[in-house]
Write a protein that binds this ligand. Structure first.
Ligand SMILES: Cc1cc2nc3c(=O)[nH]c(=O)nc-3n(C[C@H](O)[C@H](O)[C@H](O)COP(=O)(O)O)c2cc1C
Length: 346
């Protein structure tokens, strides 16, 4: 098992010692049904998508609906973003006063989206560290007993890498752990995540560092831990339509063999995902949001494109589930006589 650096754990989060593989917050993706599915497949913790502090503060119903954690079993974090220390503090106060279910409150200093950075939120705060500091102070003070963490990038651009400075500041201000995505804001999602930056931050801090960026399977998870000695590994894109990645990472780190899900299992899990989405969001929205997972889960299977078309032609969840049942009954397409072998992408 690769060696992780020993860390200083805040007494409020003894459970974090066991947290190794985390589902990243993803806007439009990491709702409660998906977090549930990922946890069922081995994720140690999940996060709600980032949520606007000012939306919470102004009692926007849709914003509050994004934090769908009530009664959620297992570890879950809420993530907020914003540019205004007052609004960030006030939103935190509301979350705490209303007893919103959260094991940690995470701060987003990594979002590269124009609409967020133009208002000086997300990764724009890496270019305005005094403001970032005011935000963290306000949130930590308002959070009281609720532990606060932060997720950020390596800097605004290659010429202004300041992840060590920001990481040290976050530790000093009372964050219980930090997550570093090894890209700059200007990189957005291009190029490769620089795992050296994660390794340097792990060395620089006493609190746990969670590594993030470009982990796509068990081998890359193991490689990230070996390269960086990070406490935890957070996965975003590779989990979409592929909750099995969490079991794969656990097996790889434990040096155990891992069996990819059978075709049957994929169909069954997707049918469950559809049912959970519909139960939470209603027939119309539930059937739509699950599509991004359905679009990916059969990647690499012969006939995947035709199957996707059949699924997406269905207007109801019952129709989609019937297609999955039908496909399942026909058997694994890789075993059918007319199939041409293809690699299953992870
Ligand atoms: C569709 C999508 C939505 C995202 N939304 C968020 C978000 O709400 N909060 C956040 O901190 N990061 C968000 N991210 C960034 C991811 O959490 C993660 O840092 C990034 O994708 C790198 O990890 P990966 O290589 O495992 O995908 C999002 C990424 C994607 C692709």
């Amino acid at each position: 098992m690769p060696l992780r650096k020993p860390v200083r754990l805040d007494p409020r989060i003894p459970w974090f010692a066991e947290v190794r593989h985390l589902l990243s917050p993803m806007a439009g993706v990491t709702d409660r049904p998906f977090r549930t599915i990922c946890r069922d497949h081995g994720a140690d913790m999940g996060f709600c998508e980032f949520t606007s502090a000012s939306g919470l503060y102004h009692e926007n119903e849709q914003t509050w609906a994004l934090i769908d954690t009530e009664g959620e079993p297992g570890r879950v974090g809420i993530q907020i973003f914003g540019d205004d220390p007052g609004a960030m503090g006030a939103a935190t106060e509301l979350l705490v006063a209303r007893g919103r279910r959260m094991d940690v409150l995470d701060l987003n200093f990594g979002c590269p989206a124009k609409k967020v950075v133009k208002k000086c939120g997300g990764s724009a705060l890496l270019a305005d560290v005094p403001r970032l500091e005011r935000i963290v102070r306000a949130v930590v003070a308002a959070a009281g007993p609720v532990p606060v963490s932060a997720k950020f990038r390596t800097g605004w651009d290659e010429t202004s890498l300041n992840y060590e400075e920001v990481g040290r500041l976050l530790e000093e201000l009372g964050c219980v752990w930090v997550t570093l995505h090894g890209r700059t804001r200007n990189q957005k999602y291009k190029g490769e995540a620089n795992w050296d930056t994660i390794a340097r931050l792990v060395e620089a801090l006493e609190i746990p560092v969670v590594g993030n960026g470009d982990v796509v399977d068990g081998a890359s998870c193991r490689a990230m831990v070996a390269h960086t000695r990070c406490h935890g590994v957070m996965v975003a894109r590779a989990a979409i339509g592929n909750p099995w990645i969490f079991g794969q990472m656990t097996a790889a780190e434990g040096g155990r063999p891992w069996a990819a899900p059978s075709f049957d299992e994929i169909c069954e899990t997707m049918a469950r995902h559809i049912r959970l989405e519909v139960a939470q969001r209603g027939e119309r929205t539930g059937s739509l949001v699950v599509r991004k997972h359905l679009a990916r889960c059969f990647r690499g299977y012969p006939g995947a494109a035709a199957l996707r078309r059949r699924l997406f032609a269905e207007e109801s969840s019952a129709g989609m589930i019937a297609v999955l049942d039908d496909t399942r009954r026909a058997g694994d397409p890789r075993r059918l006589p007319d199939h041409e072998p293809e690699e299953r992408a992870s």
